[in-house]
Design a protein around this ligand. Structure first.
Ligand code: BES
Ligand code: MN
Ligand code: ZN
Length: 498
């Protein structure tokens, strides 16, 4: 979808549809008032008749409003003005786009960025509106014979800012929002693709595609032999049961001077997680094609920052393989020596994410990182603890954790911190090796992070468990693109001012 920014009065907009907010109880927003004034009180009358009260979820499509150059006016309920939080604003924009899509309008003009959201400026409101609208119109139809669900699709959205003075902030919001929305879309597309298409080789090809599109990105892909040479036996232990060749993908984005230490993003790229010999139940196993959402978010974030040309040094590392049973597959009890030299007893082959991430973490040491953030659909326990609202965050460095939590709040892609206390470490004791790959029933998300922490001693590190947030089931089944917004916000916040 295309986005543009403008300022000006609603009655003057030549558009297929103008969107304005109405508040509870039956209160017009400034731009709705403007329409009311030039339409002989059409909106006041509609409200008085009780057709719309301003409650969240209310929406009304009006045709042929007098005095308007636009074909339609959509009134969107915004709730009470004092309850207008970040989340409420996003819901309102989402509702407006879903309502808009029921019309035949291919283009629209929205005044929702004029709403007062507590503590948020014009930049924030425009960027959020863009991202929400982009997400709401996303469809994954690569594998449908009919490429569109409707004959008429929404192609253009003009975001209106209150005054000409806001245009500069608006333009910046537009550029940032577009790049983030593109990154989200890339992540969603990759994750939604089935595992027979989105293989480790496919992820590698996608990374190379990014390098072709941006001169600032360099990509290196390691195969099984190269990984073997580096001693990545933990990663390779997961690949043993699969016929798909595993890949270790490294992307380097350079928008800053050579000497700056990089921020490293490590994304779990299990393109299908059957569980291996510790095989999963059949119920919903198809969803394990999403087990590469961490990898997808790294590709999405790197693509966004390259599009923006951020003055940063960022490295993306994607360990990628299938986790399958097979004659050569790892068996419960098998022991491998990881790249770090620590030996690992694989008690459950379904706890494979940590086995590929640990070698990727050790590998990231060679880049002398300023910080390492790994992103992984790591534990079902995280879904139990936090549901699908918050990403789990664990870290060995408080300042890093705080920066990520803040980035989540700003971007509306929130994380919640769990403790990484030493007390939990002993759950990983093994009678036969240095460490076991599972820590028992209790605190599964924390013990998974404890496992990773053993390989992250040499740098500031944070772990994002996105098992609950990376995709949704049910009616809107599919990848969400999270945590691309959080990651890009974190990186935007790291840019030197100016
Ligand atoms: N990819 C799964 C985690 C997962 C499960 C994410 C369900 C989203 C929904 C991971 O590889 C896994 O299987 N984890 C196990 C770990 C256990 C064996 C210690 C789990 O969470 O059950
Ligand atoms: Mn698993
Ligand atoms: Zn997994």
């Amino acid at each position: 979808m295309e986005f543009s920014i403008k300022s000006g009065n609603p009655e003057k907009q030549r558009s297929a549809c103008v969107i304005v907010g109405v508040l509870e109880p039956r209160k017009l927003t400034p731009m709705a008032k403007a329409i009311d004034g030039s339409s002989r009180k059409t909106l006041s009358k509609v409200m008085r008749r009780g057709d719309i009260n301003g409650k969240t979820g209310d929406a009304l499509i009006l045709h042929n409003v007098p005095g308007m150059l636009a074909d339609r006016v959509i009134l969107i309920g915004c709730g009470r003005e004092r309850d207008l939080t970040d989340r409420q604003y996003r819901t309102i924009v989402d509702n407006s786009i879903r309502c808009l899509r029921q019309t035949g309008a291919a283009e629209a003009t929205t005044y929702l960025p004029e709403l007062n959201v507590k503590g948020r400026d014009c930049y924030w409101k425009v960027r959020q509106a863009l991202e929400v609208a982009s997400n709401a119109t996303y469809e994954f139809r690569e594998f449908k014979s009919k490429k569109h669900t409707r004959d008429r699709v929404l192609r253009r959205l003009t975001l209106m800012v209150p005054s000409r003075r806001d245009l500069r902030a608006g333009e910046r919001a537009l550029a940032d929002g577009r790049a983030i929305a593109n990154g989200i879309r890339l992540a969603r597309d990759l994750a939604n693709r089935p595992a027979n298409v989105c293989t480790p080789s496919h992820l590698a090809a996608q990374a190379q595609e990014l390098a072709r599109a941006h001169k600032s990105i360099k990509v290196r892909v390691m195969d099984r032999a190269a990984m073997h040479k580096l001693g990545m036996n933990s990663l390779l232990s997961v690949a043993r049961g699969s016929h798909e060749p595993p890949k270790l993908i490294t992307l380097e984005y350079r928008g800053a001077k050579r000497k700056t230490r990089p921020i490293v993003l490590v994304g779990k790229g299990i393109t299908f997680d059957s569980g291996g010999i510790s095989i999963k139940p059949a119920q919903a196993m198809d969803e394990m094609k999403f087990d590469m959402c961490g990898a997808a978010s790294v590709l999405g974030a790197v693509s966004a920052i390259a599009e923006l040309g951020l003055p940063l040094h960022v490295i993306g590392i994607i360990p990628s393989t299938e986790n399958m049973p097979g004659g050569g597959a790892t068996k419960p009890g098998d022991i491998f020596t990881s790249m770090s030299g620590q030996t690992v007893e694989v008690l459950n082959t379904d706890a494979e994410g940590r086995l590929i991430l640990c070698d990727a973490l050790t590998y990231s040491e060679r880049f002398h990182p300023a910080a390492v953030v790994d992103i992984a659909t790591l534990t079902g326990a995280c879904v139990v603890a936090l549901g699908n609202h918050a990403t789990g965050l664990l870290s060995n460095h408080n300042a890093l954790a705080r920066d990520l939590l803040n980035a989540g709040d700003t971007s509306g892609d929130r994380a919640w911190q769990l403790p990484l206390w030493d007390e939990y470490q002993k759950q990983l004791d093994s009678p036969f090796a240095d460490i076991a790959n599972i820590g028992g029933r209790e605190a599964g998300t924390i013990t998974a992070a404890c496992f990773l922490s053993r390989f992250a001693k040499k740098f500031h590190w944070a772990h994002l468990d996105i098992a609950g947030t990376a995709w949704t089931g049910g009616k809107y089944k599919g990848a969400t693109g999270r945590p691309v917004p959080l990651l890009v916000q974190y990186l935007l916040d790291r840019c030197p001012a100016g």
